[in-house]
Design a protein around this ligand. Structure first.
Ligand code: ATP
Ligand code: MG
Length: 431
């Protein structure tokens, strides 16, 4: 037998039962974003490799070991499957001068690729909703973006997601802290793991972000950036906190929150749940004022966040959220040449009225067709045999019992079947 070809490890198919649920999730996401004035942007999945090296940082987990990079065999260009969306979004904003006239609130939704060890909540192809605001420098936008999360958890029926907040200050402030951190970790060199020793001089801040439990004690006692923050950075941080308090949003300040990408400054935040085991961060973001200039654009303030769609969907399903989209309204059963031709016209007529129709294909007896109609979950079967066709009528059969009304089928004229169905749907939705 020919061997089967399987999907790539860590890259999952999303089958129809689940994909319908994703569609509903995406609808919620889009209307939530619209309610804050965010507009969609669609970006390529493949970008030039130097974009990510420059944006995310050479000495980060993502760039060092998680990127799917390859050389385009046709022209030798170094390309990478995007591991995150901010870099590409900033590239597009610069390339198309989107900030020339006004600030921008943008979002995108789609696949990201990272070569990580697959486990629950961690995949090699996963999806993010990315939300970015360009051209706003005050703490008000940081707070708005954070509070957007709270509204979404509510819209999605999720609770138990808590907010962690930190500030990374500005590059000069970080440089002082960095020197102190290096000195501290040098003193305790023997306690560091291999990654830590390797990063000691290249990126000591990243050591604070390690997932290695053996290092947590060492990290807890490390010098804090807060001690190096100037008045402006402190005021920005205080502004964000004030807005959160005004909105009644509780949060925890976590000085160890540093994020796995190098482009952040000032505000960073994560929304975290303890219901997903080790993969508990469902949303993460912050300010990245330096990135536009770093990628060759004119300097402009920016902040944003990304949400892990798989993790959110797991949470919603575990919370017992609605996991199936509504089935079609009508299953169209038909047999006989004239009947089938009439049925095709009836189906299109119903769709003209906004009624969803599953048209039976493949023939078969009325009995087998009716079985399929039942299994489809449709609310009605519309049945057309030669008898009905000759009379210019259809048989309308409710397939779901609604309230105490009898489930009786009836013959109705071809031109009123849509009205009959619409009325029953309205009745049903009222009761
Ligand atoms: P982690 O610390 O879990 O590796 P990260 O800091 O690398 O996360 P970000 O780059 O901030 O993650 O991405 C934002 C969000 O995208 C994460 O909070 C998470 O919900 C989701 N995410 C990141 N990597 C993966 C992955 N490999 N599989 C599924 N979701 C992911
Ligand atoms: Mg990661």
């Amino acid at each position: 037998m020919t061997p089967k070809i399987q999907s790539v490890r860590g890259m999952n198919d999303i089958l129809p039962d689940e994909a319908e649920f994703w569609d509903m999730f995406e609808e919620t996401i889009r209307s939530w974003l619209k309610s804050y004035g965010y507009r969609p942007i669609r970006l390529p999945i493949v970008e030039p490799t130097p974009l990510f090296k420059r944006a995310i940082g050479e000495v980060t987990d993502i760039v060092e070991k998680e990127m799917y990079s390859f050389v385009d065999s046709l022209n030798g260009e170094a390309l990478t499957l995007r591991p995150e969306g901010t870099a590409g979004c900033v590239r597009a904003v610069i390339q198309h001068s989107l900030l020339a006239q006004q600030p921008q609130r943008l979002y995108y939704l789609g696949q990201m690729f990272r070569h990580e060890r697959p486990q629950k909540g961690r995949y090699r192809q996963f999806h993010q909703v990315g939300v970015e605001a360009f051209g706003f420098s005050g703490p008000d936008i940081d707070a708005e973006q954070i509070l957007m999360g709270a509204r979404l958890w509510d819209d999605l029926g999720l609770d138990g997601i808590s907010l962690q907040l930190n500030t990374l200050g500005q590059p000069a402030e970080r440089a002082q802290h960095r020197a102190e951190l290096i000195a501290y970790f040098e003193q305790h060199r023997e306690l560091l793991d291999e990654d830590g020793r390797r990063r000691l001089y290249s990126n000591p801040l990243r050591i604070l972000d390690t997932k290695n439990p053996d290092l947590q004690q060492l990290i807890a006692a490390a010098p804090r950036l807060t001690d190096h923050l100037g008045a402006e950075s402190l005021a920005h941080f205080e502004g964000v906190q004030q807005a959160l308090r005004d909105a009644g949003q509780t949060f925890t300040i976590n000085p160890r929150l540093v994020r796995g990408l190098d482009y952040y400054n000032l505000t960073v935040f994560e929304w975290v749940t303890d219901r997903l085991g080790a993969q508990g961060t469902v949303c993460a973001g912050g300010r990245y004022d330096g990135l536009l200039q770093q990628l060759g654009g004119r300097a402009a303030p920016a902040c944003g966040f990304a949400m892990g769609v798989e993790r959110l969907i797991t949470l919603i399903r575990e919370a017992g959220g609605e996991t199936r989209a509504a089935a079609v309204d009508v299953y169209l059963v038909h047999q006989g040449t004239n009947a089938s031709r009439l049925a095709a016209r009836v189906a299109e007529g119903l769709r003209d009225r906004g009624i969803d129709v599953l048209f039976h294909c493949g023939g078969g007896s009325f009995k087998t067709q009716m079985k399929k109609a039942d299994a489809s979950g449709a609310s009605f079967a519309v049945i057309i045999g030669d008898d009905e066709a000759d009379a210019g009528e259809v048989t309308l059969k409710p397939l779901r019992t609604t309230g105490d009304r009898p489930n009786q089928q009836k013959r109705v004229g071809v031109d009123v079947v849509a009205d009959e169905i619409m009325n029953s749907i309205l009745d049903r939705d009222d009761s």
